[in-house]
Design a protein around this ligand. Structure first.
Ligand code: ADP
Ligand code: GN1
Ligand code: MG
Length: 372
């Protein structure tokens, strides 16, 4: 897809600010993220086209971009240093690499006040919006588990919270209750059943934050946005290559990460599937996730973390459903939407997954018990 003239002009101006090799050739929108604007950029280095990823960071959502980029630099440099000690590792592929600007900054701020960053393009690997099968679920979960493991010894100070209370489910629930009361776009009547579904499950929202507050769940460096399309899978051998989209790496419980993997990698349908008849939770995919995740993380998890693995899938799927429904009621201000009712379709798919995970709750616990 060609990109609109003025956006293209902006990239022609933005890209040379970074230490990319070669002259800017072209750029096109890339990926299917809901928050930032991502471009696949090409430069010409002595007659060879070199790809890069350049992103405009959504600074309406991420209000402290310098702090966010400091987090990303600390995390990626730590991962790179760890990979240097692993024989045959390829740090340019196995962690994101921030390309600095020509004046040594990790981001460029343009005259409109927009923030931009550039990464090495990871070639020969792909992100998938839906999991292709158990082997991919295993690899994705193992990659996220290794990511957490490698960041266990990130030196102090703690990372900044790039979005406060990002996975604080009770706050997300309270925001939904507020949006229902305000009903700013007169949409509540069009989703009365979905609202009723959400409100009837408010009690579970407290569970993980209560366990953190009680000291049962440790805070670690977690990714917090582990949907399946935030891990790159090798095109040739299917291995998990690199965890990407590091904007929300900050202190959290590993259950936020595992729960979001369950949300996105156990479904037979897209996150925004409009036909709920096509949405099913697959226990075999859940088993592959548990297997892959524990292969990477078993050695450092405490019992309480393992004990909540199955529940976390239900909770985080519910939480993201609550966020989609809130955004629908608010008038689609947060997530990018591509059709009317898009956020409502997303919410309904999440709630259908929650319903099926509730039906499968005991079987999910048995799977965890087999692999722990
Ligand atoms: P968002 O926060 O909007 O989801 P992401 O950082 O996840 O943005 O990037 C969007 C998409 O761009 C990813 O799903 C992936 O396909 C692609 N992408 C991001 N970074 C890279 C990279 N370094 N190399 C190759 N592809 C990338
Ligand atoms: C957003 O950026 P992206 O598309 O990977 C969102 C996540 C949601 C996800 C739902 C910063 O992720 O929290 O789970 O959409 N990211 C932010 O698909 O809000
Ligand atoms: Mg993403």
């Amino acid at each position: 897809m060609a990109i609109p003239g003025n956006a293209c002009h902006r990239l022609a101006d933005v890209v040379p600010r970074f230490c990319v090799e070669g002259a800017f050739v072209d750029a096109r929108p890339y990926g299917s993220g809901h928050i930032n604007d991502t471009y696949l950029v090409r430069t010409d280095r002595a007659g060879r086209l070199v790809p890069w990823i350049t992103q405009r960071i959504n600074h309406g959502i991420f209000q402290d971009v310098p702090g966010l980029m400091e987090n990303i630099c600390r995390v990626t440099e730590h991962l790179r240093a760890g990979l240097a000690a692993v024989p045959a590792a390829d740090p340019d592929r196995e962690t994101l690499t921030v390309i600095p600007t020509r004046d040594g900054m990790p981001y460029h701020r343009d005259d409109n006040g927009d923030f931009w960053r550039t990464y090495i393009f990871i070639a020969g690997a792909t992100t998938h919006d839906q999991v292709a099968g158990p082997a991919m679920a295993y690899e994705a979960a193992k990659a996220f588990g290794s990511f957490q493991s490698r960041l266990r010894d990130l030196p102090d100070p703690p990372l900044r919270e790039t979005i406060p209370r990002f996975h604080h489910t009770p706050s997300r629930f309270a925001r939904l209750e507020h949006a229902i009361r305000a009903d700013a776009r007169n949409r509540a009547a069009s989703c009365a059943d979905d609202i009723a579904f959400a409100l009837s499950r408010g009690a579970m929202a407290e569970t993980l934050v209560a366990a953190i507050d009680a000291g049962d769940l440790p805070l670690r460096v977690t990714h917090n946005d582990t949907k399946i399309n935030n891990v790159m899978i090798d095109d040739r051998d299917g291995h998990g290559v690199c965890v990407i989209d590091l904007d929300t790496v900050m202190p959290g419980t590993v259950l936020y990460d595992f729960g979001d993997q369950v949300r996105t990698a156990t479904a037979t349908a897209a996150e925004d599937e409009g036909d709920l008849g096509r949405v099913s939770f697959r226990l075999d995919l859940f088993e592959a996730l548990v297997h892959g995740y524990l292969d990477a993380a078993r050695e450092f998890l405490v019992d309480a973390e393992i004990g909540f693995l199955a529940f976390s899938g239900r909770l985080i799927t519910f939480e993201i459903g609550v966020r989609f429904l809130t955004d629908y009621l608010d008038g689609d201000a947060y997530f990018k939407t591509h059709r009317p009712g898009h956020n409502l379709d997303r919410a309904r798919t999440q709630f259908e997954m929650v319903r099926q995970m509730e039906e499968n709750a005991e079987r999910m616990e048995q799977v965890v018990a087999r692999h722990r």
